[in-house]
Structures are given as structure tokens and as C-alpha cells.
Design a protein around this ligand. Structure first.
Ligand code: F6P
Length: 173
């Protein structure tokens, strides 16, 4: 069996302030996590050659016109949008942005690549994207995806073996 490690990036300034998206800079605590993560991966995958690639397709769900706002601001400025998302988070598409279903669809090439890889893989991405990837491997139903807990500073290790999928979690801080 070979492991797939899933983790969110270290905490960002936007995470601290509850802002959506925004390609924000990493906080001090997020910076610390990046170092701990690097150490962890080095130890866990000692003898593996590690090619590293950056993939736009792993970008966070595009929040369109709400990028950079807080959920509270969204609720105050456009209550219909806020309610629509609350009602159907899976299908709700941000104006000029994406829905969870859109994200799930764009991740198809990632899933194919992860299935094909023989070597261990570490995926560092974002909350919504990781919910979708995790749901695929852990066999969770579509409707649950937007609500899966995906904590910061935690590595989810998935092992795919003959006897099915096993999961371990490492909370690094
Ligand atoms: O808050 C961090 C974040 O990655 C945002 O950039 C993104 O919009 C959000 O999480 C996705 O989670 P949810 O679908 O629960 O809003």
C-alpha cells in the first residue's frame, strides 16, 4: 500500500480574520506549520524521491464576487445569496465563481493522477478542494462533501491497500 497525504496549507491571514478566499499571505502559525509539515513528510517518506509540482487545478473554490469578504458581510450585503448557499451548499454557485459541484468536476484529472501514481503523494491544498478529494477516497456521499470537517494543521493519511482504505490523522499543532 502507498499513502496519500492530504493537508490544508498553513493558516493564512484571511483564515484568522474569517475572510473567504483571497490568496492571502500565511500567518506566523501557518508558517510554523509549513516547517512542521516539511519535517513530517521528510520522516514519513524517507526513502522516496519527491517531485514537487504546483497545480492551478488545486486552487480553492472560486468565491467570485465574495472573494475577500467575510461570511457576515456576505449575509449583510446579499442575504439572498447567503441563504441560497446555506440551503444548498453543494449546488450553490458563487456569482462569477464556482459551486462545490464545479470544484468536484475540475478535480477529475487530479483523481485520475492520484489513482495512477504508484509513489506516495502529498497534496497541499485548500478546504473545499480537500473535502472533495477526501470524500472520493473515503467514499463519502456527494451531499456531505461541503460539510466535511477539514481542520487546519492536520494531515490526513489515506492508505489504499487490498483490504480497502485506511485512514490516519496527524494533528501537528
Ligand atoms: O475559509 C477558508 C476557505 O478555504 C475559503 O477560502 C473558502 O471559500 C472556504 O474555506 C470553503 O469552505 P466553505 O465552503 O465552508 O465556505
Amino acid at each position: 500500500p502507498r499513502p496519500i497525504l492530504l493537508t490544508r496549507h498553513g493558516e493564512s491571514q484571511y483564515n484568522v480574520r474569517g475572510r473567504i478566499g483571497g490568496d492571502s499571505v500565511i500567518s506566523d502559525s501557518g508558517e510554523l506549520y509549513s516547517k512542521k509539515l516539511a519535517n513530517f513528510v521528510e520522516k514519513r517518506l524517507k526513502n522516496e524521491r519527491a517531485a514537487s509540482i504546483q497545480w492551478r487545478v488545486l486552487d480553492e473554490i472560486n468565491a467570485g464576487v465574495f472573494d475577500g469578504l467575510t461570511y457576515e458581510e456576505m449575509k449583510k450585503n446579499m442575504p439572498e445569496e447567503y441563504e441560497a448557499r446555506k440551503k444548498d451548499k453543494l449546488r450553490y454557485r458563487y456569482p462569477r465563481g464556482e459551486s462545490y459541484l464545479d470544484v468536484i468536476q475540475r478535480l477529475e484529472p487530479v483523481i485520475i493522477e492520484l489513482e495512477r501514481q504508484r509513489a506516495p503523494v502529498v497534496v497541499i491544498s485548500h478546504q473545499a478542494v480537500l473535502r472533495a478529494l477526501y470524500a472520493y477516497f473515503a467514499d463519502r456521499p456527494l451531499k456531505e462533501i461541503p460539510h466535511i470537517e477539514m481542520p487546519l494543521h492536520t494531515i490526513i493519511e489515506i492508505q489504499m491497500g487490498v483490504s480497502g482504505v485506511q485512514e490516519k490523522r496527524y494533528k501537528l499543532m
